[in-house]
Design a protein. Structure first.
Lengths: 224, 291
């Protein structure tokens, strides 16, 4: 595992750097969505529940693009077979793909969060940032774990582009709820204190639950 | 790498098509139709049972079970309703070459993927390198080199990056990467993305990938596809008879395939229609499979 995960991760990032198939698409999608919200709501300033909802829904839909592409190169170019022929722990692929998706989400948020603050957020982001980073980290972990599991399930089907989002979105709902509820107080005018602890706990437990499920199931998904 | 046994050392009899077994057209007529009987199978028939001799025949070689790299018995595999392989039985000893012939859709690639542990057999038993598949697939991973229709390489990575990646997966020393790149004459263009290389060059890199971890068994699906004669000659020490490795080759080239074979297996619509030693066969007999 110690040897395999870095090798897989390095390969994933190299392929993405060469092809730019996922991260630019995810970032552009989030920017376009914020612009659409900006005009659709006919306001340049949102806060509280509305701001948190817009941010999380946009991030999750952008993440779907990355989830859909996560295993496509491996499936199309024989990466699965190459991996399965090697004497390695199959869980290493799950860990590496989760870390890859996590890296994509971090880059996405580096673009999306400032753009959101610029286009739609009323209150200053500065004070909310430390708390927001914590909520985003927990949310990203859940999205990465569930996204990897769903992507591995969908990629070997003929309707993978449809099946991925259809499977992922219901599983992402608790993350949207937890993320938005935890973020809402941070994006309110005159907020003080951190994100709601119980929603952070909910996110953490959800991440843990799906982490265990995914770890247990992933090997079977690689079987023919 | 074990050297090939001299032809004289071959076992008599027809046990499951191992060397020494004379070629037989499988009739599916039951146990009685053993090796040596050259009965032409009626269209659409054929079964492994007819080509097998009793277990004792193998023991009479004086060969222990450990010498068999490959032991397949009554192998069956379906894709949904369609039967891709049915009742395939064959065995192969270390250092020998089994060449599988058959028209498109005969089940050659399915057989190779099962032997590689990439597909589960749905019936029968498969032992590769002493491990029973799929239960002990973990034991054969890293000991098999597969060169198939897909090069199993990432198009946007360079040849060197691809091979380094596979070397890390297999725990192979990085120095081996340069060694195989030189062996396939790709060291000059090894830093270019694969998508910019010709198909022949990609096939050379794929061959390098297949032998990178020094496997004991090579599974080769039309290994000479896209290769010019010079490249075929270049790869001979790696994947050819010169390698001394046990090989299973799928081929559409009766003359070329037969020249490489110790044992020949003919498949049609997933069923064995020909099985036996290459010595007793000629190109015309192989060509019959494609009619």
């Amino acid at each position: 595992m110690r040897r395999t995960v870095p090798a897989l991760l390095r390969k994933e990032l190299l392929v993405e750097l060469r092809t730019l198939e996922s991260v630019p698409g995810m970032s552009l999608f989030s920017l376009s969505t914020f612009v659409v919200f900006h005009f659709a709501l006919n306001r340049s300033s949102t806060e509280g529940d509305l701001a948190a909802g817009i941010l999380w829904v946009t991030l999750l839909f952008a993440a779907i693009i990355g989830v859909n592409r996560l295993f496509v190169v491996d499936e199309d170019q024989g990466g699965f077979d190459g991996f399965l022929l090697a004497p390695v722990d199959r869980s290493a692929l799950f860990v590496a793909k989760t870390l890859t998706l996590l890296a994509y989400l971090v880059v996405l948020e580096l673009v999306a969060v400032p753009a959101f603050a610029l286009l739609l957020l009323g209150p200053s982001l500065g004070h909310a940032l430390p708390g927001l980073l914590g909520v985003l980290a927990l949310g990203d972990l859940g999205v990465a774990v569930i996204g990897t599991l769903v992507a591995a399930l969908a990629v070997r089907t003929r309707a993978r582009d449809l099946l991925g989002p259809l499977l992922a979105l219901p599983l992402f709902v608790p993350i949207v709820i937890g993320g938005a509820r935890a973020t809402s107080p941070l994006l309110s005018s005159g907020h003080s204190g951190g994100p709601a602890a119980r929603w952070l706990l909910t996110l953490g437990l959800y991440d843990l639950l799906f982490g265990l499920i995914a770890f247990a199931l992933f090997d079977f998904l690689l079987e023919d | 790498m074990s050297p090939r046994a001299p032809e004289g050392a071959r076992a008599p009899g027809g046990a499951r098509g191992e060397e020494g077994a004379s070629a037989s057209w499988c009739t599916g007529a039951g146990e009685g139709a053993g090796a040596g009987e050259r009965a032409r199978a009626p269209e659409g028939t054929g079964a492994g049972e007819g080509a097998r001799t009793p277990e004792g025949a193998r023991a009479s070689d004086g060969a222990s079970a450990r010498e068999y790299v490959l032991e397949v018995e009554g192998l069956t595999r379906h894709y949904g309703e369609r039967e891709a392989l049915s009742g395939v039985s064959v065995s192969l000893r270390e250092g020998r070459t089994l060449v599988v012939f058959g028209p498109n859709g005969a089940g050659k690639t399915t057989l190779l993927r099962i032997l590689a542990g990439l597909l589960r057999p749905h019936g029968g038993s498969v032992r590769v390198l002493g491990a029973s598949l799929p239960q002990e697939a973990f034991a054969v991973r890293g000991r098999i080199g597969l060169l198939g229709h897909d090069p199993l390489l990432y198009r946007d990575l360079t040849a060197r990056e691809n091979l380094h990646f596979h070397a890390r997966l297999h725990g192979t020393p990085e120095t081996r990467v340069q060694e195989v790149l030189e062996a396939v004459a790709m060291s000059r263009r090894c830093n270019e993305p694969l998508r910019t290389l010709s198909r022949g060059m990609v096939q050379r890199v794929a061959a390098a990938r297949a032998v990178l971890h020094e496997p004991r068994l090579l599974l080769l699906d039309e290994p000479h596809a896209n290769l010019d004669p010079a490249a075929i000659e270049l790869l001979a020490p790696l994947i050819g008879a010169e390698s001394g490795l046990t090989r299973v080759i799928c081929s559409h080239d009766p003359a070329g395939g037969l020249a490489q074979a110790d044992v020949v297996l003919g498949l049609r619509e997933g069923r064995m229609v020909l099985l036996g030693a290459a010595d007793g066969l000629d190109v015309v007999a192989i060509s019959e499979l494609y009619r």
